[in-house]
Design a binder for this molecule. Structure first.
Ligand SMILES: NC(=O)c1ccc[n+]([C@@H]2O[C@H](COP(=O)([O-])OP(=O)(O)OC[C@H]3O[C@@H](n4cnc5c(N)ncnc54)[C@H](OP(=O)(O)O)[C@@H]3O)[C@@H](O)[C@H]2O)c1
Length: 217
């Protein structure tokens, strides 16, 4: 897959690195310094490069949106036309102080993003875990009991891409349904963040859903 990273911070930097190490072509973009993007690309290995958001978008079939909510408009504008592209978003609609959701209950960040990029195919994934756990999950990807990761979306192709990337990182994808399910998964992340950052066991936290009883497929 050719993946453009829009937002190369804690989430985008780590996920882009893992995607590249899993064999995808990755372009890191959107940080405040080009040196940081260069370093990320160098450390991620031969499959990674850096570029502008427009270059990342032009050359990719899939884009990871990983910016603070206040930067969504800017990064989409810099990326340019996203017609037909798959967008996987991990961005949460947090206020400036990261203390509360500014979109919730009757909509979600994922749905708001989809409205801002109406020609793209949007899936929400990766936003329900702290960045600190990502490398650990990737390192443990051959274990039998993988942690779960929720994803949702309205477009079947975008969801397939999200599920593939989730597996590549080392999680077991859990299909939560249509994009509006982000109305539930985004507040769930605040609980995960509370456990990760305010608990006494550290932020390397993932979760696992288990179904008991008869498997219906
Ligand atoms: N961190 C987590 O554990 C976590 C977990 C779940 C969901 N999320 C969500 O994922 C999204 C990304 O979070 P994050 O923690 O990865 O954020 P972050 O570390 O702040 O990364 C954001 C990226 O945007 C870049 N950026 C910010 N302002 C910019 C500007 N004016 N021009 C160019 N680049 C700019 C930053 O540049 P620099 O690299 O130069 O700072 C950084 O690369 C957020 O919506 C967050 O709510 C985060």
């Amino acid at each position: 897959m050719r993946i453009g990273i829009l937002g190369s911070g804690l989430m985008g930097g780590k996920l882009g690195t893992i995607f590249a190490r899993a064999g995808h072509d990755v372009v890191f973009s959107y940080a405040r310094s080009e040196r940081k993007l260069l370093r990320l690309a160098r450390e991620a290995g031969l499959n990674a490069r850096h570029g502008t958001p427009a270059e990342a978008a032009r050359e990719a079939d899939t884009l990871l949106v990983a910016v603070h909510w206040s930067r969504i408009g800017d990064v989409l504008k810099q990326a340019g036309t996203l017609s037909g592209k798959v967008i996987v978003t991990c961005s949460l609609p947090m206020n400036a102080s990261d203390t509360a959701l500014v979109v919730a209950h009757t909509s979600s960040g994922a749905e708001a993003l989809a409205r801002k990029a109406p020609r793209a195919k949007v899936a929400a994934a990766f936003g329900t875990v702290p960045s600190e756990v990502l490398f650990g999950v990737f390192a443990a990807r051959r274990r039998r009991n993988r942690p779960s990761l929720l994803y949702c979306g309205d477009d079947a192709a975008a969801k397939q891409v999200a599920a593939e990337l989730i597996r590549d990182v080392g999680f077991e994808p859990v299909d939560a349904g249509p994009l509006r399910m982000a109305r539930y998964s985004e507040p769930f992340t605040l609980l995960i963040a509370q456990l990760a950052y305010e608990g006494d066991r550290g932020p390397e936290l993932a979760y696992r859903f288990e179904w008991f009883g008869k498997q219906i497929r």
